[in-house]
Design a binder for this molecule. Sequence first.
Ligand code: SME
Length: 150
Amino acid sequence: MTKEERYEQLTAQIKSLIEGETDAVSVMANVAAAIQQEMGFFWTGFYLDKGDCLHLGPFQGPVACMRIAYGRGVCGAAFEQRQTIIVPDVEQFPGHIACSSLSQSEIVVPIFNDDGEPRGVLDIDSRELSTFDTTDKHYLEQICTLLGRI
Ligand code: SME
C-alpha cells in the first residue's frame, strides 16, 4: 500500500470511530491509537491548551514530557504560529524538546475550535530522519479538522 492509500484507510476509520462521539479525550485516545497502528510511527499524541501551557493528552508510545510552554519546542511553536510544522531533523530545530533520544523527525499539526482558535496540537515523532512530507501534512490536517468539531 502507498502512504496515500494507508492515510485514506486511516481517515475512513477515524471518521467512523468518531461518528456520534462527543467526549474529546475518548476520541483523541482512539485517534492516537488508530494513527499509531496504521502508520507505525514512534510516538503519536496530543498536547492540549489548558490556559497556562500545553498539557500532555491522550497518546501512544513511550512516556513524554507533560507540559510544554507556549512557543517552546515544535509543539509550542506550531500552536503559537497556528500552522503545521514539519521537522526533518530534530537536532536542527532550535529549542526542540527531546522527550526521547530515539525521535529523529516530527510533524506537529494544530487543532482549531469552531471559532478558529487553536486548542492544542497533534504531535507525531519518527525514529527515522525526514519521515514527514506534504502528504502527511495534508491527511493529518484533515484528521485534525475532524477533531476540532468535537
Ligand atoms: N518534540 C516535541 C516535544 C514532545 S515529544 O516529542 C512527545 C517538541 O519539541 O515540541
